[in-house]
Ligand binder design. Structure first.
Ligand SMILES: [Zn+2]
Length: 116
């Protein structure tokens, strides 16, 4: 997650210092390619209000969700960014399908086990 020093770190969108009590949008470093036009925003903290008015907001959100948002964490959730930049932990629907498929496989295997 981006390093934020309240009263010192600047919002990359407006170049103003982020003060205590201001709502923010922050991400981890998720754009590896330095020449990408959104690279410098991928490990930063921005004012929530600035983020809402940012012309590249939709592209940034889509890029986040197509990279970090696709990772299924150990607890079976993914981190999804909403249109306003808020990141939420959501259950991975694919995880439930995989678990159900595995259950089906295990049930099918049971009759093949040697009887004791
Ligand atoms: Zn700002």
């Amino acid at each position: 997650m981006a390093l934020l020093i309240l009263g010192k770190s600047e919002c990359p969108l407006c170049a103003q210092v982020i003060a205590s009590g201001q709502e923010t949008v922050a991400t981890t470093h998720f754009i590896q390619f330095q020449a990408h036009p959104l690279w410098r925003f991928s490990d930063s903290t921005m004012h929530y209000a600035c983020f809402q008015q940012w012309s590249q907001r939709a592209e940034f959100v889509a890029l986040y969700n197509s990279t970090i948002g696709q990772i299924v964490w150990g607890n079976g959730t993914r981190h999804q960014m909403a249109a306003d930049g808020v990141i939420q932990s959501v259950p991975d629907s694919g995880a439930q399908e995989r678990a159900a498929a595995l259950n089906t496989l295990n049930r099918r295997r049971t009759p093949l086990l040697p009887k004791r």
